[in-house]
Structures are given as structure tokens and as C-alpha cells.
Design a protein around this ligand. Sequence first.
Ligand code: FAD
Ligand code: NAI
Length: 463
Amino acid sequence: MADFDYDVLVIGSGPGGYVAAIRAAQLGLKTACAESRETLGGTCLNVGCIPSKAMLHASEYFDAAANGSMAKMGIKVTPELDLGTMHAQRRDAVKGLTGGIEFLFKKNKVAWLKGRASFEDAHTVTVAGQKVTAKNIVIATGSSVTPLPGVEVDEKIVVSSTGALELEKVPAHMVVIGGGVIGLELGSVWRRLGAKVTCVEFLDQILPGMDGDVRREANKIFKKQGIEFKLSTKVTGVTVDGGKATVTLEPAKGGDAETLEADCVLVSIGRKPNTDGLGLDKIGLETNQRGQIETDHEFRTKVDGVWAVGDVIPGPMLAHKAEDEGIAVAENIAGLTGIVNHDVIPSVVYTLPEIAGVGLTEEQAKEKGEIKVGKFPMLANSRAKTNHEPDGFVKVISDAKSDRVLGVWCIASVAGTMIAQAAQAMEFGATSEDVAYTCHAHPTHSEALKEAAMAVQGKPIHI
Ligand code: FAD
Ligand code: NAI
């Protein structure tokens, strides 16, 4: 391998890229990772998963103190918001974790090439003016915010998720454009801290891609929490004047326009793959209609020696999906067998309650054949009831003939943790009966999953 500087060069150090680089190095391959940001960890650690969860967690405490749910348990406090400290602990979490990746790179001898990488040919990239060669190049450049035509993001009044994590004061009125994951998570943060939040969603329901029951129930819960929704409505423009924004809306199918005044507008209408400036034309690699790089199931692109993982390729834009692909691509490069089962990728919305799902929605499952469905309300789960967390349910969908679990959906305070068990069961090809006959500790929220599986059999105990 003397002809190349590296065996593997990874472009991008997000969850796809840094994990690919570390696993490649662990497998004995000489590895480098190019990153154009000042710190490692990509969108997820710098401006995504981690800082948003830091703000969600802190604002949850504030809300519990402010909305009376702590008082219900005999803890009377009148909270005072210190937004500076809340932001500082968010920055600390990011610093600790991005620094942790730097440590892991050193430990595993992954070279960090600082700068933006661009292809010269299939085995050569330029990074910070230097040509670097590698036998294998992994594109893990991730994604960035989809712009909304007619709406200019200034990251102060009109913000993307990045600006919404950094607001210096709580807006009196925040308009969220897009009722997807970012809109609901970050809308919840600022609602909990005192903002009036109006969410404008183009479709007739929030949370596209999730199970229909979940979407309807989530909408009810968020409404009850105080978020206002304008469904089947599109934003056609935003103007900013004197520190205030005016948002123009109209019915999705056309009709009379109306306006909303806001102190802050969050644009969260999706994310697009990052391929600009990568020089894909120099290696003859084209993107598909959605701007993604297509790969085979081993994560090879059409160009020999060039691989791709994470948000830049098709599939859900999720950190754990990118990480698993990162491990698999490194193993495939090393001549091992790296596999990701894209049918079993859990997704979680980290609101309160959390919303989580894995596998098929009821609608998708019905299209494929006959199914059985079992549902169990959190209201009947002893732990949720004791903790004053009555909202939500667990739903198990299984194949009518084989009873194999096809999908699990839940809304519960700890749904994100509960869904791991469902994913494991599905990976092992479990039936709903297998789940129903697995002993679950009492009292735990997870018993609701067991009961929903028992409901598929028609024999739940507690409802
Ligand atoms: P990224 O993390 O986007 O990393 C790509 C990296 O490549 C970037 O650092 C970029 O600077 C670098 N790069 C790009 N081009 C070049 C180049 N030419 N040269 C050098 N470097 C380059 N997912 C979850 O699963 N759970 C969550 O809770 C969650 N929360 C989120 C919250 C927010 C606000 C956002 C925006 C996203 C969230 N996501 C979450 C999604 C998650 O962040 C992404 O799915 C994940 O980061 C994708 O990983 P990746 O490695 O593909 O790309
Ligand atoms: P999204 O795709 O989840 O939701 C965007 C929403 O905006 C959709 O409901 C869409 O119908 C709506 N929309 C589109 N155009 C519109 C318009 N003009 N007016 C009104 N509504 C419009 O995208 P989002 O929330 O930006 O998140 C991007 C991605 O980031 C997610 O898909 C997810 O993959 C990832 N993410 C994951 C998180 C998690 O796992 N907890 C948290 C945050 C982000």
C-alpha cells in the first residue's frame, strides 16, 4: 500500500465519519479524517443531537418547576431562569464530547486533516491546499438545513436549528415553520422557557413518516402543552423589520393569505445532503434527484474505491444510522462483512413525553398484508401513573400469520429507552408472543410494551 498516503481517508467527522475512521484504525488500516469545522463530531455533537438534548433536558426541569408538576409531588418552587448558565452547560456538554472524539482519534492513531476536502481523482483529495492520497475514500459529509425560498435565515430573528439553540433571550412569540422533529423539539424548549409557540405545518398532520395514531396523539399532547398548530398551511414569506418578523401564511392548497407577528422564526423544513464543493464531477459521481449519493448495501458508490455513509446517502437522517453505517463501511473496506439492517432503525423525538418508533407503521404494514395490532395506554401502566405521566401508549404491530413483530410505536416519558428493546426483538425475529412471555421488571414503563404485545394476543392483564 506504499503508493498511497493512507489506506482510508474519511471526509467528515460526524457520527458516520468519526466512527468509520475509528473502526478502520482499529482494524489496522492507516486512517485519516478530514473535517472543515473547528471541532470534531459533525452536526450531531456540535449543533444537533447533543446541544438540543442539553437544552431539552434543562428546559424540562424548568417546566416541571414552573408548570406545577413538581408541586404535585410536594415540591414547591418558583423557578427563575438563568439562560446564561443553561447555555453554558450546553456548551460544556458539546466541548466535552467533541474533545472526547479528538482523544479517541489520538488513541486510535487517526490523523485529523483540518480543512475542507475536495476530490482531485478517486484516490486523491485536496485538504487545506495539500494533496492527500488514499486507497479508499469514505464520503461522510452529512447534511445541512434546507432553505425555504423567500425566507432569509439571519440566525438572530429568523433562525435555523443552530440559531435556535443559541437564542440570548426567550422570544415572546416563536413561529416554527415545519412540524417535524426539529420544530417540535426546539419549539418545546422555548415553549417550556416561556415563549408562545405557533407551529406552521404544510401537511395535515405533524411528524411525517411516523405511525398515524402516533401523529394524531402527539398533536393532541403538544396542543395540551400549549403549542398552537396551523396544519395544512404553508409559509410563503418572512420579512424582518425593527427586530420583529412578519410571517405570511396561506392554506397549503391555496387561498387567502394571513400574517403572524413573531420575535423569532425557526425554519425547520428538513435537511439536504452536503455535496457542494466536494468535486464529485472530477470523479464522475452523480447525485440522485434528492441530492443524495447512492451506494450499494456495502456502502460502495459507483466509483471504485469511493464509499459513502450517513446523511449524505438515502435513508433516515439519524446519528445512530450514520454510526452503524460507519462501522459497516470500515469493516467492508477491511474485507470483513459489515451489514446494517435498514428495516430496523429506531427513531425518537426527545420531547416530553418522548415519541419513538421502529419498523413499519400500521399504515405501511397493512399495505403489505394482514396484521394484528395491540395497544396499551400509559395511563394503565403503574409506573407512569405513579410518576404523573399519563400521556401516551405503546402499540405493537405483528404479522397476522407468523406473529412476527413488524413495528412498535410508543409515546411515553422514556419511549426512547423503551424502543431499544423493540428493536432488539425485531432484529432477533421475535413474535409478539415472545415479547409477551418475556419477564419485564415491575414497576417499569417497559411493562407497557409487554402488555401491548399481550394485547396482540387478545389477553392484556391491566386493561
Ligand atoms: P454530520 O454529522 O452532518 O457530519 C458531517 C461533517 O462533515 C460535518 O462536521 C461537516 O463540517 C463535515 N464536512 C462536510 N463537507 C466536508 C468537506 N468537503 N470536507 C471536510 N469536512 C466536511 N439524530 C439523532 O439520531 N438523534 C438526535 O437526537 C438528533 N438530533 C438532532 C438535532 C438537530 C438540531 C439536528 C440538526 C440534527 C439532529 N440529528 C439527530 C441528526 C444527526 O445530527 C445527523 O443524522 C448526523 O449528524 C449525521 O451524521 P453524518 O456523519 O452523516 O454527518
Ligand atoms: P422533518 O423532515 O422532520 O420535518 C420538516 C417538516 O416541515 C415536515 O413536516 C414538512 O411537511 C414541513 N414543511 C416542509 N416545507 C414546509 C413549508 N413550506 N411550510 C410549512 N411546513 C413545511 O425536518 P426537520 O425537523 O427539519 O429535521 C431534519 C432532520 O433532522 C430530521 O428528519 C431528522 O432526520 C433529523 N433530526 C433528528 C432528531 C432526532 O432524532 N430526535 C432531532 C432533530 C433532527
